[in-house]
Structure formats: structure tokens, C-alpha cells
Design a protein around this ligand. Sequence first.
Ligand code: HEM
Length: 331
Amino acid sequence: MAVDACPAQNWRATVDKSHNANMQAADADLPTRIRAATRAIHHTLNTTIIRRLALGLPPETRSPQLYALGISRIAEIYYAFENAWRDYLDSPYSGVEIDARYRAILHDILIPGIARSQRLSSDLAHLRATWGPIDAPHHDEAIRSAVAHMSVSIQAKPYVVLAYSWIMYMALFNGGRWIREQLLDAGPSFWDRKSSHAEKAPIAQSYLSFWHFDGSDDGEDVKLAFKTRLIDAGSRLTEAEREDVVAEAQALFQHCLSIVMEIDTVVSSNRLRPVASFCRYSFPSFYFRFLVTTAILGSAVYVLSLISFVWDLDLFVTCCLLNSVHITSAT
Ligand code: HEM
């Protein structure tokens, strides 16, 4: 005889299910746990970025100033964790056993060719040299709070570098590949107003080196090595430390989202409007639009006067006809 499960049994089954899920999550490797914990916010962030990327590229704008503003802010995140990471490895060994463990872990995940800070500052130097100042030293609370949070966290728990490096490098190897295509498709003359015939390669090396990796593998070898080392590094942490890493991964995604939102505020603020409007109405597009508008307005005035003339003529002819009918009937 089939017996319906009582509410207590249902409750027990639910608890067992969630317990098993937690056990599975705890058994999973660190990247899998980060992925599960950040899936929703990653989706929000990537749709937010995709929508805004188009606004910084042709035909929406004719200069890379908006891109430069955005990447100058994201660069601060890479500078923050890569500098703190290097400083920690360069600092004198304290002699404490836990310090030795953290040093070994952070040393092992530092794959040659993966660091981005130098490339970012070189790209930004090229952008400034060609397009002038790109920084907006206002509305920068989100980026300042992200950097402050990361520095304090790395000082207290150096192993949270695992979260920051995983997120910021994986962003580059995944969505970053697609973003790179959009940036390159804007064409050399968009990036460098001095040269209109440049090949893709010089642009990739000068303005967009951040998105590229040395070697024939386009960074696939670096990505593979980093993934393998990070999984191994995660297994050398305690469970409490792994939980810290997952929590920091969520915090970083939240910071990235706030930074993107803050860029919206900068762009819509009055102080950037002259730059934005310059982008929209730069020569020759401004003069072209001016001529077209004048031509349309001129034609409209001409057509209106013609209508008014025909209307007057029509009225005159009607009056004459009525008059002649009146004279005829009087006689
Ligand atoms: C600052 C922005 C972004 C950050 C921090 C970020 C971060 C990440 C991370 C950490 C992963 C690795 C997931 C894993 O293998 O566990 C990832 C994967 C991925 N990202 Fe992003 N991402 C960002 C923006 C974007 C954008 C704009 C797109 C869309 C073009 C995108 C598309 C993808 C795709 C397709 C994957 C692979 C899917 C998967 O393996 O689950 N991401 N991203």
C-alpha cells in the first residue's frame, strides 16, 4: 500500500536535499563555487556592459574618449590587486607558518604574462597622448571604495587575491574576447586620428594591448595554466578561507557593477557634456548636419510660401468669379 509522505518526512527530504547540495558545493573546486555564487550578478553585469559598449563606439561616437574613461576606471582594479599581490610577495617573510603557506599559494598562481597593469598604463598613456586628458576626477566614490576594500582585504587575508585574479582574468578570457572584437572593428582611424591606413596590429599594440596576450596561442596557454593553478591553490586553503574567497568574489562583482553605474553618472554630468557633445558633433559631421538641417528648413519655408501664394491666388480667382456672377445677375 502506498503511504503518502507526512509533512515531517517532506521536511526531512528538503533538509537532506539542501544538505547534499551544500556538501556538493563544498566538494566542488573553487572556480565552480565562485561561478555558482556569482552567476546572477555576472549576468546583470555583462548585459549592463554590452548595452554601454555600443555607446562608446562608432557610429554613436567618433572618438574613444568614453572608452578611455571606462577603461581608466577598470584599470584601477587591476592596479590595486596586482600591486598588493606583488608587494606581499616582495615583503620580508614574517617567519610565521601561515605566511609561508599564503606566499607559496600566491606565488604559484602568478603565471608569466598574465598581469595587466603595465599594459593598461601603456594603453592609457597612448590614449592621453592622442586624445588629451581622459580622467574625470569627480564621481569616483565607487572606484575609490572598491580599491580601498580590496587593499584592506588583501592585507588582512592575502589569499583573497584568488578571488580578484580569477574574476578579472577570466573576464578578459571570456567576455573580454568579444569586447576586443567590437573594439577592433571600430577601425584604426577611430583609435588614432593621425593615421587612417594603419593595420589592426599597431592598434592592438598601442591602444588595446590590455586585451591581447603574447605568443601564438592568444593567451589560451596562459588561461589554461591559470585555471589549473587556481584549482590547485583552492584545494590548499581551509574551508573557512575558501568561503572568504567566494564572498570576496561576490563583493568584487558588486563593486564592478557600481563602477559601471558611476561611469553613467560621470557621462551624464555637466562636466563631461562638452567632451560628449564634441564626440557627437565633431567635424565634418557637425557641418554636414548643419547643411542638411538648413536645406530642410529652407525647403520647408519655400513650400509654405508657395502654398500661401497658391492659396491667395485661389482666393483672388474665386472673388473675381463671384464678382462677375454678381454683375451678370444685376444686369
Ligand atoms: C567586468 C565585467 C565582467 C566580469 C568581471 C566577468 C567575469 C567573468 C568570470 C569570472 C567568468 C568565468 C566563469 C567561469 O568559468 O567560472 C566569466 C565567464 C564568461 N563571461 Fe564574463 N565577465 C564580465 C563581463 C562579461 C561580458 C560583457 C560578457 C559578454 C560579452 C561576458 C561573457 C562571459 C561568458 C560568455 C563567459 C563564459 C561562460 C561560462 O563559462 O560560464 N562577461 N566572466
